[in-house]
Design a binder for this molecule. Sequence first.
Ligand code: GLU
Ligand code: ZN
Length: 290
Amino acid sequence: MGRFAPSPTGPLHLGSLYTALASYLDARHHQGLWLLRIDDLDTPRNMPGATDKILDCLQRFGLHWDGEVDYQSRHLDEYEKAVAVLQNEQQLYPCTCSRRLLANAPLIYPGYCRDKHPATNSPHALRVKTADAPVAFVDALQGEISENLATQHGDFIVKRKDGIFAYQMAVVVDDYRQGITHVVRGYDLLDSTPKQLYLQSLLSHPSPSYMHIPLIVDRDGNKLSKQTRAEAVNTALAGPTLFLLLTLLEQNPPLDLRLAPIDSILEWAIAHWQVERLAKIQTVSDLKHH
Ligand code: GLU
Ligand code: ZN
């Protein structure tokens, strides 16, 4: 069971469509379900209308998901429960560090609040105590990845001072409650994975398998996504865009597919999906230069 979990911070860009496609093809090739989740917890960043645009764009590209669209914002009680479990096990502590203090702190959070007992009625974030031990996993594309969260990262936030559940916490609860077995996503999330594995182990959740795929970058090396000023994908050119993405994914689509209906392109791509070919992706360039 795979999933795509866009944040509704803007319309889909080529970079997101590219990871959506890879995740879709990987799930469908293995006769798996493909779920769609809208990562809408970070409400200040949500853009009105973005979710509808994302859903519409996926439909136009023929990337049909299974079941109902899942919205994180409808599962707040489940995140709260998971936080309570960790709290009961003394894995969390309140952190009252100000943004100012942290801005001047070393890159690795030095655990200023770990042994303090600040009054919990003052505004605080919740941090999880990391362990001084390697967290390792084998990424389907990147091979063995190992990180010591305590020495390389530090205790991280699971619930923000503004009351919003952190991405790391929510995604772990989400992947578990949705029964996700295969996570295919962009390389930019690779360093989140050890944190997620760590939370899964604290919550006794099974870990899905992970594959992080190279990102599409433009000529200047900027990631093509919502963060940069990349343009939204052109749904009028769905077929040729899919063809281009398959080429960027090193799937070698036959040329006569380029102008074929999207369903035929996808049917071919599902049948011929070869993960090994992703290893050949080097730096891929932006659509505009093709
Ligand atoms: N919502 C996240 C993003 O847009 C993706 C989360 C995930 O795939 O784990 O970057
Ligand atoms: Zn602190």
